[in-house]
Design a protein around this ligand. Sequence first.
Ligand SMILES: [Zn+2]
Length: 220
Amino acid sequence: MPQFINVHTHNPDNEGINILNINSSAFWTEGNCLSYGIHPWDVGKIDLNAQLKFLEDLCKEKKIVAIGEIGLDRSIDTPLDEQRVILKKQLELALKYQLPVILHSVRTNYDLLTIKKQEKIDIPWIFHGFRGSVQEATQLINNQCYLSFGKALLYEEKNQHVFKNIPLDWVFFETDDSDAKIDNIYQKAAEIIPIFVDDLKEKIFSNFIKVFGVRCTKNG
Ligand SMILES: [Zn+2]
């Protein structure tokens, strides 16, 4: 039976296969299924060249399975243009090393989609913690973006409604930095559709293999 897939978490002690996200070289740890990226919140606060070099080394040495979380955020003081420069550099690396990206987006789905179209970036994009509308979800999916649903799916009616109205081919689940359990999120998602949890696990696992290959499944 396929395992639970937690496509974005900051907590190493979860059930199933987890993509553990690390946001700073200061917290680097070895693992078989890690993502690393420069978060828009850190733009202007860290030595970007040093962090980019660190990131490229991780890509080269195949120490990460995805670049993330990276993206854009309209709710912070750092100008979007500044955030965009560092995002684009990381997208170039993702393309060069053929790695999926995990995206942080706060009111910037349209801006991100514009970059994806302009740069013709042909690698999997996963919008993590998706909380947008059905319309936004559909637009992203039509442009081959995956959407990852987290804790909000447990209690937010709007999020549940959006989830119910999109194809499972483009879905992942995550716990992010919350204390939610991945099996509870699967359980809730299965109820909403409705579908058996085992069938849902099967489906999400096949999405996972499509995006990440067998990179994470060894000790998972
Ligand atoms: Zn996160």
